[in-house]
Design a protein around this ligand. Structure first.
Ligand code: UD1
Length: 357
């Protein structure tokens, strides 16, 4: 076995999901050291994913928790740097666009440790999103950039980043392919909630732009109150605080529940009539599952889902949300624009070439 050491940095829910299939591949060939920054810390936002997806326990749990962007990112930088100086890895692997991603990339780059970015090149072209700032900076700090799509490669080229750029497909497809069967076989979420397949909608909201602005959050809930079907709403902690803070009452047809684990979420989304979300990953999962998506944002990184007719980008106007929900499902095909579920293998091939194995 090669004595190559990879430090992977995760911290938020979508990163646990992305790291599950890739970590399995990496550990076949390399030493992997896993850092959990602690950005997400509730058991339903963190532990459940490690258990269900059988992700190895983190070697370093930094316990950073919540704070302002500077506090959270700064605290992570300091603690990640200590670990990197101790572990002396050959590569630091970061995922997606969270504060944990940026902190991992910046701490490594300053120590001259090469950075690999999974989900590189995504852009919403909206710098008011903290995630966009994190993505742009992380890409400019990275040596290896694993792009899910051709659009992502073009975005990087436009910013002058061409070296180290690889199109690998999307690691979330790997995760979905791997766990979908298990979700179908084991999840009891529909029974628990008394839902019939096709007879309900799923709603998720957690983007700062929607939770911090009470008018936007109110508009979304007003619209879903009118859809005439039950709406299952797994409530992100940020959103729970915002609903309470803004004094917003959830309409009667909206079933607010605790955040779900991945297997329940996949099962729930797979049988939904429509999915309404401001999440990035869920737009793509809706496409992969063949469920029309209504995106409660003004921009998206996953433009293919919109271009192919499976995703309606409507913002938060109640009239537009309702119109999009009532639109007939698209008849179009769903070409494999996000790859074939073998992004993990493709990433491993690049790593092998990089380390000269
Ligand atoms: C983060 C990411 C976002 C990602 C999302 C997935 C950034 C800037 N944003 O947003 O890209 O799509 O995760 O969920 O990194 N909280 C809890 N318990 C938890 C986690 C959070 O109560 O386990 C609360 C805290 O009060 C915190 C708030 O939620 O202030 C927001 O958490 P934060 O870590 O800023 O990120 P997310 O909004 O989840």
């Amino acid at each position: 076995m090669l004595q190559v050491k990879v430090v992977s940095v995760v911290g938020a829910r979508p990163q646990f999901i992305k790291c599950a299939p890739l970590s399995r591949q990496i550990r076949r060939h390399y030493d992997e050291v896993l850092i959990h920054t602690g950005q997400h810390y509730d058991s339903g936002m963190s532990d459940v994913f490690f258990e269900e997806l059988r992700i190895p326990q983190p070697d370093h749990h930094l316990g950073v928790g919540s704070g302002s962007h500077a506090e959270q990112t700064g605290e992570m930088l300091v603690r990640i740097e200590h670990v990197l100086m101790d572990e002396e890895p050959d590569l630091v692997l970061v995922y997606g666009d969270t504060n944990s991603t940026l902190a991992g990339a910046l701490a490594a780059a300053k120590l001259h440790i090469p950075v690999a970015h999974v989900e590189a090149g995504l852009r919403s072209f909206d710098r008011s999103m903290p995630e966009e700032v994190n993505r742009v900076l992380t890409d400019h700090l990275s040596t290896l950039l694993f792009c899910p799509t051709a659009t992502a490669v073009e975005n990087l080229a436009r910013e002058g980043i061409r070296e180290g750029v690889q199109i690998t497909g999307d690691i979330m497809v790997d995760a979905l392919e791997f766990y979908r069967g298990l979700a179908g076989a084991t999840s009891t979420v529909l029974d628990r909630l008394g839902l019939a397949p096709g007879g309900y909608l799923v709603l998720t909201v957690h983007r700062a732009s929607n939770t911090d602005d009470s008018a936007r959050l109110k508009g979304i809930l007003e619209a879903v109150g009118e859809v005439g079907l039950p709406v299952v709403f797994p409530v992100h902690p940020r959103t729970r605080h915002a609903l309470a803070g803004h004094g917003i009452v959830v309409p009667a047809n909206v079933v607010g529940i605790e955040p779900l684990g991945y297997l329940d979420m996949v099962r729930l989304m797979g049988s939904a009539h429509r999915i309404l979300t401001d999440s990035g990953g869920i737009q793509k999962e809706a496409y992969l599952l063949g469920v029309p998506c209504v995106t409660l944002r003004d921009t998206t990184e996953w433009v293919e889902t919109v271009d192919l007719g499976w995703n309606a980008l409507v913002g938060v106007s109640p009239a537009e949300i309702l119109e999009a929900v009532r639109r007939p499902a698209p008849a179009g095909e769903r070409p494999p624009v996000y790859g074939d579920g073998r992004a993990g293998e493709a990433i491993l091939d690049v790593l092998t070439a990089h380390f000269g194995a």
